[in-house]
Design a protein around this ligand. Sequence first.
Ligand SMILES: Nc1ncnc2c1ncn2[C@@H]1O[C@H](COP(=O)(O)OP(=O)(O)O)[C@@H](O)[C@H]1O
Ligand SMILES: O=c1ccn([C@@H]2O[C@H](COP(=O)(O)OP(=O)(O)O)[C@@H](O)[C@H]2O)c(=O)[nH]1
Length: 220
Amino acid sequence: MLRRTIASLKSSISLHITEEKDRICPKHIDSVITFVLGGPGSGKGTQCAKIVETFGFKHLSAGDLLRKEIVSDSEYGSMILDTIREGKIVPSEVTVKLILRELESGDNHKFLIDGFPRSEENRIAFEHITGSEPNFVLFFDCPEEEMVKRVLSRNQGRIDDNIDTIKKRLKVFESLNLPVIDYYAKKGKLHRINAVGTEDEIFEQVRPVFAACEKKATIT
Ligand SMILES: Nc1ncnc2c1ncn2[C@@H]1O[C@H](COP(=O)(O)OP(=O)(O)O)[C@@H](O)[C@H]1O
Ligand SMILES: O=c1ccn([C@@H]2O[C@H](COP(=O)(O)OP(=O)(O)O)[C@@H](O)[C@H]2O)c(=O)[nH]1
């Protein structure tokens, strides 16, 4: 049943997800889902690696999943490349489909979804397609000058790590991603992390969030 639903998602990329019948209830329904948000270069990927090491989560970087599509033979490759180069947001259906595939694979039921959702439209598409909400959300709060400095010295050969694209990404972050962060703050699901400091100092703010989650899981 689930395979069929994913197959139909694959074949209908322009679907409009507005009705109950479009939802699916897959095995990740009992999973722990954490969204990891913050501007470009705020340190999301760096801290996710530490969370994986310490708490055994599976790390799904939406950006990495999209970049993999570019180098695979995907029909969306050139569209994704153009979108990333412009610092814009890839259509929700494409990104959610890639995330869903990862949520459905393997035995790990604890997920860090890094760099997604980037807009209210992304958030709503995820909730409708998966029928799930995150258990909690981390927000790495970092000043723009620091983010620019970090991205420019990241040195991974990314087509979007240049000053022109960074400026566009920061604008998109402010106008489209901050409303998502506000949404989760109002729902009481947001953990704001001061993203300035050494990697270890920042992780000491992150650790208690996951330690509390583990404790709760042991009690229930
Ligand atoms: N606390 C920190 N202080 C200084 N540089 C950092 C810190 N955390 C990460 N970095 C560096 O900044 C760059 C961006 O970090 P990254 O984790 O890739 O950010 P994001 O995933 O949010 O885009 C990387 O080169 C990384 O090594
Ligand atoms: O859900 C996502 C995640 C990423 N991106 C695109 O991928 C780029 C890089 O995102 P990533 O999270 O890898 O990097 P960051 O912005 O944190 O440096 C973004 O600017 C977007 O163009 C997207 O469209 N949707």
